[in-house]
Design a binder for this molecule. Structure first.
Ligand SMILES: [Zn+2]
Length: 302
């Protein structure tokens, strides 16, 4: 098995790296009927959606797309939301990322399915190349500060890997958003002050202020801006520029942006998102941190 141990093949298209901290697989077999229905709505036809999925199930095609978009690295998240057997999802992500160190795999674990999450995490990181952990409290129905998870947090801390959590709303079936409130990260940040805690979607929907409060209070808590309309970021987080050290660019690619008001899904335009963030009105230094430098540090990239 190919073990990726260094990241020296950094291809920097810009002076500074661009890192997408939130990407998913597009393999059709990882999607449930409900999700196919929602995602296909963003495409002119179901046929085009299936063709898209087939194309980008090949990591080489995705790497080509990254080249076109000017994205240097992508964090590819295993997602148990779409698949009951999250270990199978971990395997798919492992295989996908094996072809290039520019693809950075994050595994997932479900406290109801993995009784020894701490040991499993060690195995996944040491023997399968995973560089981080993604947890889905809203899909797997647990509170992030549940003490049952503390051994796995201690392990992540020891391995020095970031832990990303889905926060806020979701359109997918069976999600319970009460588990997505960022306030629970207060306990984690206090009990694990060294652990790198990432709130994906920044508490999307009802809890942007709560997410921002966590960022203000705790240096080890970050917001990944995926799944949020980039042009509204400064309305959503007016302090984003001041706290630029704790924001991470992410797209949630290939998940479309879903408008809860008109129930319409729109395909994510990564290039447009990047340009919007560059022109938000925050300083170039802050933008560079958000677009890649913070992620570079979190991931320990050269
Ligand atoms: Zn996502």
């Amino acid at each position: 098995m190919l073990q990726v141990t260094n990241f020296t093949r950094l291809v920097v298209f810009n002076e500074l790296p661009i890192i997408d901290f939130h990407v998913h697989l597009s393999e059709i077999e990882t999607l449930t009927a409900n999700i196919i229905e929602l995602l296909a709505g963003a495409y002119p036809s179901r046929g085009e959606f299936f063709a898209f999925c087939k194309d980008y199930s090949d990591p080489h095609n995705y790497l080509q797309l990254m080249d076109q978009l000017g994205v240097d690295y992508a964090v590819v998240l295993a997602g148990s939301k779409t698949m009951p057997a999250s270990m199978a999802m971990n395997e798919l992500v492992e295989n996908f990322c094996r072809v290039s160190p520019r693809l950075i795999p994050f595994c997932t674990l479900n406290p109801y399915r993995h009784p020894h999450m701490d040991k499993t995490l060690v195995d996944l990181c040491q023997n399968h190349g995973f560089k981080g952990l993604k947890l889905y409290p809203t899909y797997n129905h647990f509170y992030p500060n549940d003490h049952i998870l503390y051994p796995v947090y201690a392990t992540a801390n020891r391995l020095n890997i970031p832990v990303s959590f889905h926060t806020g709303t979701s359109i997918f079936a069976n999600s319970r958003i009460k588990y997505g409130n960022p306030l629970y990260f207060d306990d984690l940040a206090v009990d694990f002050p060294e652990m790198k805690i990432i709130m994906a979607h920044g508490g999307r929907g009802p809890w942007f202020e709560e997410a921002m409060t966590m960022v203000r209070l705790h240096k080890n808590v970050y917001i990944d801006i995926s799944g949020l309309p980039p042009q509204k970021l400064l309305q959503t987080f007016p302090d984003m520029g001041r706290f630029a050290d704790q924001f991470l660019f992410g797209t949630d690619w290939p998940t479309p942006i879903f408008n809860l008001v008109n129930r319409k899904a729109t395909v994510i335009d990564v290039e447009k998102s990047l340009n919007t963030i560059r022109n938000l009105g925050i300083s170039p230094v802050a933008a560079a941190k958000i677009l890649g430098e913070n992620a570079q540090q979190l991931l320990g990239l050269a």
